[in-house]
Design a binder for this molecule. Sequence first.
Ligand SMILES: [Zn+2]
Length: 150
Amino acid sequence: MQNDFSEALEMYRNNLKKHSLKATPQRMAVHKAMLELGHASADIVVEHIKETGEAPVTTASVYNILSQLADLGIYGRRLSSNNKMFFDVNTARHFHLYDKERHIYRDLMDDELMEIIESKLKKKKFKGLSIESIDIQIVARPTGRSRRTR
Ligand SMILES: [Zn+2]
């Protein structure tokens, strides 16, 4: 686990370098938080960084870092139903399971299902449009048990 973590940080450093960005303490702190959180809004990342005391940050600076990295394709980006921009550290193809009450995203990896959907869509024509990507979100709500534990 620790090894995966340092490997992920090394990949991130290389990625920053490729885009001529410095690996500032803030950028490193943001990515460490994202690796631990998976999906998070700027507020959640700030809270996490403040807990760890990794680097001095503000919500604005964290939001800027997250947006810049999302523009470069290093993070995914999605808007929650309560209108918060969430960033996603996982840029591989996947579905999302979205808890609409607590606004938590979970990754759902299912290559077989993705292939079925892609092959179905390939046969369809959308006048004036071509499919660029597929972004599927399954909306869920907590079951009684998990609701109580919160
Ligand atoms: Zn995700």
